[in-house]
Design a protein around this ligand. Sequence first.
Ligand SMILES: [Zn+2]
Length: 95
Amino acid sequence: MRCNICDSDRFSPLAQVSYHGHVSPRLEFRKPGRFQNRPTFAAAFARACLDCGAIVYFVSQPELLRLAEVPDELGVTNYSRRYFDEETDAWIEEE
Ligand SMILES: [Zn+2]
């Protein structure tokens, strides 16, 4: 994993995102249709770059699977079939 800001490869361990009552960061896509809800996904985990402090957010695996179901017209279907497993601290490739 490389930092998009400073190109460092030194990151903190994965940490749970917590805002203690404040709104957590979310990905909000536009509504797929007039009477449909806006697809929204919560950022559950994050890592911090140990050199510049940039924070990289991750959605949970269930949220990632739900994200794959977002309609094609929203332009988010070119997703990767891999996810970060917080228990093993490793990327998992899905078939
Ligand atoms: Zn950085």
